[in-house]
Design a binder for this molecule. Sequence first.
Ligand code: NCD
Length: 458
Amino acid sequence: MAATRKRDLVSIDDLGNAEIESLFALADDLGGDRKAARELARGLILVTLFYEPSTRTRLSFEAAMLRLGGSYQSCPNMDDTSAAKGESLADTMRVVGRYGDVVVLRHPREGSARVAGRYSPVPVVNAGDGGREHPTQTLVDLYTIARDKGKLDGLCVAFTGDLRYGRTVHSLAYALARFGADIVCLPAKGLELPHHVVRKLESEFGCYPVKLTPEDLEGAFERTDGLLITAGRPFQPDLFSTAERRSAIRRRLSHLDVLYVTRVQKERLEGEAVGDLPVVNLELLAEPRFRQALVLHPLPRVNEIAYEVDDDPRARYFTQVERGVPMRMAILAHVLGLRELPIVDGARKRRPQTSPPPLYRSDLGLRCPSPRCITATERAYLVPEFFVLERRPLRLRCAFCDVLLEPTLVASRIERVFHRFDSPHASKIRLPNLVVFDSVESAKRAGFRAGEPAEVGR
Ligand code: NCD
């Protein structure tokens, strides 16, 4: 058999829209025909490595592997493993990837799944990397929406709760944007969608953020700092008068297809003040805009949804749980190469994404400043990597945790002279020779000298 590339699932962007829809069809197949599924992974082992608590994700992956006829290995408590002795993530992955055929990893650091995929000899599936992404929950969420609404295109989906650290929100927002959905953000104060997520929705998926007013939001959420992130630019100011614009926005908000509720990720808070949100109860759901809205939640629920909602037909969070097993059977069958993805309704089996921006990688100079980034702890072997989104002004995105940076100083590692990013010298430096600094001091400390003083500035 010809060697195929190892299939990791680190980000929802690793799958094209057509592949996502094919996974729904595969989940239908595998979930519907237990007999056909139960020989598929015979003799194969799944390793579940969870450095953070989990009920659904771990158990549903293990159930999925058992239903496929395979078996699994798990560490009940990562504090009882060599991680507690200081073993790096890279070495752990090199080891467990020699025991199992696929690894499902949950880890508190942003970008950990990408590192794991790089060092594991077998496919790695990201079951949540810090507050960054949770692509398999997104597949479960999309599967539920697609099967309940009969479509994924052109929906209007509201997110409420913790949009800052809620990794399920980030992955789902990226996927929905690719399917042309409008996204309404109704965050608790202090837990707004991170800047880098909004920028990515804008720059990569052509979405346009519009701030919402209390009049736009009237009702339970009117005191929220709401944002409408809309596909295309239908509400841009130059095309409409203010009044026309406001009434178009209000019309859009008058019918929501999904209300996606999340809990505050209190384990990720660092003492920041966080506001309250209205509890989702039957009174709130009586607002006309929620008449047709599916109420989704990745769970666990703490107190965001009143228990009285559970029996309402719009409450679909336990249906999400139920669909988690067939969807994760499909994910395992796909990454293990056990089943070709079915072709769905003319959807082509190719990845529609544009090619990623150029990568800047350097052991000298700038490091990601985020304390949550995997590069902050696994320093002994990880070289900083950034996607170069723009050269003038210089805009970089950490290739591990996605954080955006706008450093001002660049240098050539050959001449060892640094310049401002907008100087004529800066644009001549070729990417393989580029070194980026965040301050004059750090450039000098690294043994680089200033170009023209006027160019470097301070
Ligand atoms: C979510 C997670 O871990 O990100 N849970 C899950 O996987 N279903 C949501 C959460 O913990 O709030």
